[in-house]
Write a protein that binds this ligand. Sequence first.
Ligand code: NAD
Length: 498
Amino acid sequence: MEMHHFIDGAYVKGTSGRFSDVYNPATGEVQGKLPMASVSEMDDAIARAAAAQPAWGAMNPQRRARVMMAMVGLMNRDMDKLAEALSREHGKTLPDAKGDLQRGLEVIEYCIGAPQMLKGEYTDDAGPGIDMYSMRQPLGVVAAIMPFNFPAMMPLWHVGPALACGNAVVLKPSERDPSVPMMLAELFVEAGLPKGCFQVVNGDKEAVDTLLDSDIIQGVSFVGSTPIAQYIYSRATANGKRAQCFGGAKNHLIVMPDADMDQAADALVGAGFGAAGERCMAVSVAVPVGEETADRLVDALKPRIEKLRVAPYTDGDDVDFGPVVTAEAKNRILGLIQSGVDQGAELVVDNRDFSLQGYENGFFVGPHLFDRVTPDMDIYKTEIFGPVLSVVRAGSYEEAIGLAMDHEYGNGTAIYTRDGDTARDFAHRINIGMVGINVPIPVPLAYHTFGGWKKSMFGDLNQHGPDSFKFYSRTKTVTSRWPSGIKEGGEFNFKAMD
Ligand code: NAD
């Protein structure tokens, strides 16, 4: 089936003649041919967004908030349909797809507070007859370049606040699962968003580079792998745009000897294997402190992991996780697993020959558990982004925290302990952006902000929460003076200060 772009409130056929295959990861079948936009198609969509933006930006924030309110209702109305479309292209289970939508929806709910968020500041009588006020105005047209792993949540985290601030957005979704972003754009129009304010243009590097080089685009938000985040940040900022680029992760969960081992093991299985490990907040490294803790942890993990049910999303509610996104991703993950074996890690749960009857062409990877992983191994250094959990045994708390601190990524981390002192020390010292204490995936809620440190983030303002309103708006400060404070001839009447 030939797919489209979504431009000016309607599905539009691509004209470049270039297409990318969109798969059903469970069956391996191609279910769509996605057009890859040319430079001129992208430039045209950007120009149309620029034409639509001024009227939207001039609308008062309360009216824009009403569009957000309507969007919440429409997403809830269409939740099942959206979740089905999401699972069919991404492969994640239906409950996971609904979670993906729900976490995006929560940011739209947060955006209903736009009038409050965009309120300015005012200083009365800054001088004689002088008042000073600051206002937050939209940037104009902004771009969002998004990853495959949360095809609803990631676009909504960016499009919601960008629109609420009065911008128009050009979204370049992942070429793996673009249907839900386009369905969301359609719903925004139904919610009352003027056409052209939310363009979805599909494409690859050509489309992205056009966004980065466009004089019209004022801000760029990117979420994806670290090398591309770094590239996009450099090119966007070199072109004078503001940019926030979120990259990859390798999240460590430290298990102290006093931790509740059942809780820690359950948390690691959910956080390590949920959504087939294709989450930037997935826990991919468990660091038990002490040999005895490590033995107990591996004993608790092994039977839990062996019980996980890997199947297509259509197989019922007890499916733990589905396929990974592409055959390429599957081969890369299996290659990394082999490197772990070759480099001397102990493969405690081995599903290298995993295959699902009836779905032999699907991109399924069974769950894997490695023990005795060391920091020099590729499976430790690399973000695997698959259902693989590595246990790195640490001799002490200092060694464990040192591992997480020395890793190049700094997205999320967690500690399992009953000791308040240790937990507090960990939260205080760790050089990582999001920290869980007896919480495995510490994803902040919509009214806080989400972002990593080190090579997990380039830029300064985080996703959602107050930072997103700062990122998508700019401050203008006005100083005004009126005649009653001024003597004839234009001099200050200093007596007026008395
Ligand atoms: P990716 O970097 O391959 O692709 C992301 C986007 O960049 C896509 O839209 C893609 O089309 C585009 N792109 C790819 N190569 C490009 C190039 N050479 N030039 C210009 N654009 C290019 O990432 P992905 O595989 O879709 O997503 C998985 C990654 O995203 C993981 O590393 C994961 O950790 C990360 N992620 C991070 C966060 C976060 O908040 N830090 C959240 C979700 C995902």
